[in-house]
Design a protein around this ligand. Structure first.
Ligand SMILES: Cc1cc2nc3c(=O)[nH]c(=O)nc-3n(C[C@H](O)[C@H](O)[C@H](O)COP(=O)(O)OP(=O)(O)OC[C@H]3O[C@@H](n4cnc5c(N)ncnc54)[C@H](O)[C@@H]3O)c2cc1C
Length: 485
């Protein structure tokens, strides 16, 4: 059977956070667009993301009397990332941040009333410039879907759901589209395009790719299982270069839904932010030793200490009185599920002695005994806490003793395709691969956050860069008058 072939101005691979705005803007600029999505729905990671965004100089900030500028935002990103983020891209992202927020609001975005705010889940900005929707990423998706459906009425967007890009088509003029597989029928077809955008997200759903690109590190992830990194691999297959993986930093921290599997439910994260809940527990590694001052203000310091632990795994250790009296450590957990966890969840341990707890959890018993003794002395006021912890509410002394196993968690992945400031994918000699562009997590979370986790610097640039690519490529391709054939 002859293979079907479609011609278009612009092929966008991935109908998620970056791909949708790219398609909306390219169509609005007059270009024809094929938008290929491997799953059966649009939206990508917006279905699960908190989608906290950052932008400086927004209308909302001005209304609240907050004097902020893109250059102050740029300086903050470079401060938090210790200068390791890609400066040209950070400048482009921070210049477009407020415009992205205003654009969402212009189109009915359901902004949470407390925005803009300073948040402490990631290293804090110096000013309130973080925004989020009442329904997280789904609030962003709701705006994009409305605009996308409206734009589709102009007949220039050909949405292909269940269509996975499996190969980039290359010729003398560079990349000229991709081969797609219709997942329902297993039929292959080619999309020939004047320009191709990789907007396929990261690889936080793919444990083997994660291990390959991070020296064998085990994956613990809140990303969608479909976040495979396949689009990044396509870029590499035509000469693209992978970078920023060295900047991986785990988010502090999550509990797997089932021990032995990598998945972490974002809605069930423990509350480990000292600004929101000062810790009542101690955190120990498998050697029984504490590895960080649990109430240190800087989440970056906690994440860095965690990243040095083997397997990025630790235990929150406490006793029964703390469990009964402290504010909820697991506020998202339904009561029944939490009660059952102590008997049927492999990450929850309880025992009548500290040694028994250490045995059950696989922690060094002698190490845990010494650590708890020193901590209890500090709580009693006899000696300073060995890690200078300030919040020392109760000793760990009343059985049953308890521990919950937690892991450094992937929300976004660090490595990605190297691009220049025009979002052109670069080869090993830093030359652009003609016709090939990338946006979103496919360019590597480390490009915009460097070796830190900078709040809002994934969703906001994915939206802003997606829009920018759609506007600029859409305008240029429409001017060349290429039509769908
Ligand atoms: C739980 C969680 C919370 C987060 N919270 C925040 C936050 O508060 N703030 C923030 O800035 N970031 C946050 N992030 C990260 C952020 O949401 C993502 O980095 C961002 O949404 C990724 O956008 P994207 O367009 O690159 O990819 P996606 O939105 O994932 O879209 C990629 C799309 O491409 C499709 N695709 C992949 N490969 C192919 C292929 N070969 N062919 C066709 N289609 C393909 C996928 O199915 C998907 O639909 C969070 C992430 C998670 C998981």
């Amino acid at each position: 059977m002859k293979k079907m072939s479609i011609k278009t101005d612009l092929l966008i691979i991935g109908a998620g956070t970056a791909g949708l705005p790219a398609a909306i803007e390219a169509s609005a600029a007059g270009s024809s667009v094929v938008l290929a999505e491997q799953t059966d729905r649009i939206g990508g990671t917006l279905h699960v993301s908190a989608a906290q965004m950052s932008g400086a100089g927004s209308r909302l900030q001005r209304q609240r009397g907050i004097d902020d500028t893109p250059s102050a935002h740029f300086d903050d990103v470079m401060r938090i990332s210790r200068g390791t983020a890609q400066a040209g891209l950070v400048a482009k992202a921070t210049e477009r941040g407020a415009g992205t927020i205003d654009w969402l609001m212009d189109h009915g975005f359901d902004m949470a009333p407390e925005c803009p705010a300073i948040l402490y889940f990631h290293e804090a900005y110096g000013l309130p410039r973080t925004y989020w929707g009442v329904d997280g990423g789904r609030s962003v998706l709701s705006v994009l879907k409305t605009l996308f459906d409206r734009e589709r009425e102009n007949g220039r967007i050909d949405l292909r759901l269940g269509a996975e890009a499996v190969e980039l088509l290359c010729g003398e003029a560079g990349v000229g589209g991709a081969r797609l597989v219709d997942r329902a029928t297993a039929q292959e077809f080619d999309v020939r395009a004047s320009a191709t955008v990789i907007a396929t997200g990261g690889y936080g759903g793919n444990a083997s790719r994660f291990a390959d690109w991070h020296d064998g590190l085990p994956l613990y992830s809140a990303a969608l299982a479909t976040t495979s990194g396949g689009g990044i691999a396509l870029g590499l297959s035509v000469g693209g270069r992978l970078d920023h993986g060295q900047h991986h930093l785990p988010t502090f921290a999550g509990i797997v839904t089932r021990v032995g599997e990598p998945w972490i439910d974002w809605d069930l994260l423990p509350l480990l932010t000292p600004q929101a809940r000062p810790p009542w527990e101690i955190y120990v590694g498998r050697d029984g030793g504490r590895f960080v001052q649990e109430d240190i203000d800087s989440v970056d310091a906690r994440e860095r200490a965690l990243s040095a632990l083997p397997g990025q795994t630790f235990f929150a250790v406490f006793d029964d009185r703390i469990w009964r009296q402290a504010p909820a450590l697991l506020p998202g957990w339904p009561d029944g599920q939490l009660a059952a966890a102590w008997t049927d969840h492999g990450a929850f341990f309880a025992a009548s002695t500290l040694d028994g707890l250490a045995d059950a959890a696989g922690i060094d018993g002698g190490g845990l005994d010494r650590t708890v003794a020193l901590y209890n002395e500090a709580v009693a006021g006899g000696k300073a806490d060995p890690l200078d912890r300030r919040h020392l509410p109760l000793p760990i002394s009343e059985p049953p003793f308890r521990a919950i196993m937690m892991h450094g968690t992937v929300l976004k992945t660090a490595a990605g395709l190297v691009v220049d400031d025009g979002l052109r994918v670069l080869d090993g000699d830093s030359q652009p691969i003609l016709g090939l562009y990338a946006a979103g997590e496919a360019i590597g979370g480390g490009a915009l956050s460097g070796n830190a986790f900078v709040g809002g610097m994934s969703v906001t640039p994915a939206l802003g860069f997606g829009r920018w690519l759609g506007q600029t490529l859409g305008r240029d391709l429409a001017a060349n008058n290429t039509k769908v054939r």
